[in-house]
Design a protein around this ligand. Structure first.
Ligand code: SF4
Length: 468
């Protein structure tokens, strides 16, 4: 019977059906970081257990890492404690840690793929919501909570309920200056922030086929913002080319065998889906959020909606968003003044993201009064960008060039908004307080759009700043 990728991967990793009806699922790769692991390790110690498969467990540090002054001990004692804790746990349980002294350190969802740890047909778990990123490779990857981190550490398995699968078919191609970030914001706007609850999203169609792996990662990264715990793209030659030659990728004959297996994991042409949605990629404009969840966005030529223009159940949230953001229905999103510009995160902190932003920033200056940060997603991204001179280009334009980490995506390190600042951000969440100030306001957009906002001092159409 024809099956989709989710069904194939699920079935090949199912150990058994548990008495409560859940599936005991083998986890191929467990990624951990400093924030959600300390309690899990402590629970392991208290139960007298070891890590079941240290060789399938990899740790990095990202959330609390300062991106400016990384001297130890950190200024923040809680951050120092978390850092010390993961260092001790990695030593004690024999887990490979990409720590601050390791050239492989970076955001967990940037590091896994760039090291070739993330591969098609795998089940991947991590104590972080944006684990869906790894689905870009045709893996079934999901975020888990701390007690589940403990379960995977102890047993390499999880008790899970299967998901339904919705295929999101993107017709045509994205226009110039329009990115995967815009497509996923448009998808979430269309289907809602809870539209994906209970579903895995399969992203397919011409626009997705044409995307680079980095774009596919941005797309899958934000599946969770649409309520889908898992998002994936079927593996193809683009995927295989990315993986080949990476440190943890199979080599020689092993690679040939792996490629055959990876190919077989893709959804069959006649596979059935529980639901389908279509999005016309050529009609998608650069998107910008105006509200307090990632579904509250408009195209750059559009205006902030009136309550009557959104479905009835969304009106209360719209009113709450307008009050919090101090925005008005009917106002154009273009021209909204900003105070801070942040380029980075596991959504958009990769080399191609920095290149697109640099293309806009080149030869321009950050507007007076705007604080602009560029934070590479990993040390490898930073090295590659520096080799191309992107750091110098950004500095010359007035941006700060920082060390790898989650930075201003969330408020667990010194990079934070102050008061009610408005931040043009390439990250993934615009929830109230997400960027460290209770009254701080976040506008999500692509890295090129953040660069455009940084130099204009207000939300602007990056496409008008792209030449050549
Ligand atoms: S960049 Fe943001 S979303 Fe991504 S792992 Fe870090 S904190 Fe989480």
């Amino acid at each position: 019977m024809a099956r989709n990728l989710f069904q194939k991967v699920w079935e090949s990793h199912a150990v058994r059906v548990l008495p409560n009806g859940q599936t005991q699922l083998l986890i191929g790769l467990h990624l951990i970081h400093e924030v959600t692991s300390p309690q899990a390790f402590q629970m392991l110690r208290e139960a007298g257990l070891k890590v079941r498969h240290p060789g399938r467990t990899f740790a990095t540090v990202d959330h609390i890492v300062p991106t400016h002054d990384q001297a130890r001990p950190f200024m923040d004692p809680l951050a120092e404690e978390m850092m010390g804790s993961i260092e001790r746990s990695a030593r004690e349980f024999g887990i490979q840690l990409f720590g601050l002294d390791d050239p492989r350190q970076g955001i967990v969802h940037v590091v896994g793929p760039e090291l070739g740890l993330t591969q098609p047909g795998m089940t991947i778990a991590c104590g972080d919501s944006h684990t869906s990123t790894h689905g870009a490779f045709g893996a079934v990857a999901f975020g888990i909570g701390t007690s589940q981190v403990r379960d995977v550490l102890a047993s390499q398995c999880l008790a899970m309920d299967p998901l339904k699968v919705r295929r999101i078919w993107s017709t045509g191609s994205l226009g110039r200056g329009v990115y995967a970030k815009d497509l996923i914001l448009a998808v979430i706007r269309k289907l809602g922030v809870n539209g994906g609850v209970g579903f895995a999203y399969e992203f397919a169609g011409e626009a997705v086929d044409r995307m680079s792996m980095e774009e596919r990662m941005s797309l899958c990264n934000m599946s969770i913002e649409g309520g889908a715990r898992v998002g994936y793209v079927n593996p193809d030659e683009t995927t295989f080319r990315w993986i080949q030659g990476r440190p943890f990728a199979p080599k020689g004959e092993g690679l040939e065998k792996a490629r055959a297996w990876w190919r077989s994991c893709a959804s069959d042409p006649e596979a059935r889906f529980d639901d389908e949605a279509v999005i016309e990629a050529p009609k998608v404009e650069p998107h910008v959020t105006w509200g307090i969840n990632p579904g509250q966005s408009v195209g750059i030529s559009e205006r902030i909606p009136f309550p009557a223009e959104v479905p009835e159940p969304e009106r209360k949230s719209l009113e709450e968003a307008l009050e919090f953001m101090d925005f008005k229905s009917g106002a154009p999103i273009a021209g909204t003044p900003i105070d801070v510009a942040f380029i980075g995160s596991c959504t958009n902190g990769r080399l191609s993201d920095l290149r697109e932003a640099a293309h806009v920033a080149k030869g321009r200056r950050v507007a007076k009064g705007v604080k602009a940060l560029v934070v590479p997603g990993s040390r490898a991204v930073a090295r590659a960008a520096e080799a191309e001179g992107l750091d110098a280009l950004f500095r010359e334009a007035g941006f700060e060039w920082r060390a790898a980490g989650c930075s201003m995506c969330l408020a667990m390190n010194p990079d934070r908004l102050v008061g009610s600042q408005v931040c043009a951000s390439s990250s993934n969440r615009n929830f109230k307080g997400r960027q460290g100030s209770k009254t701080g306001r976040t506008l999500l957009m692509s890295p090129a759009m953040v660069a455009a906002a940084a130099v204009a001092g207000r939300v602007a159409d990056a496409r008008k700043m792209m030449d050549g």
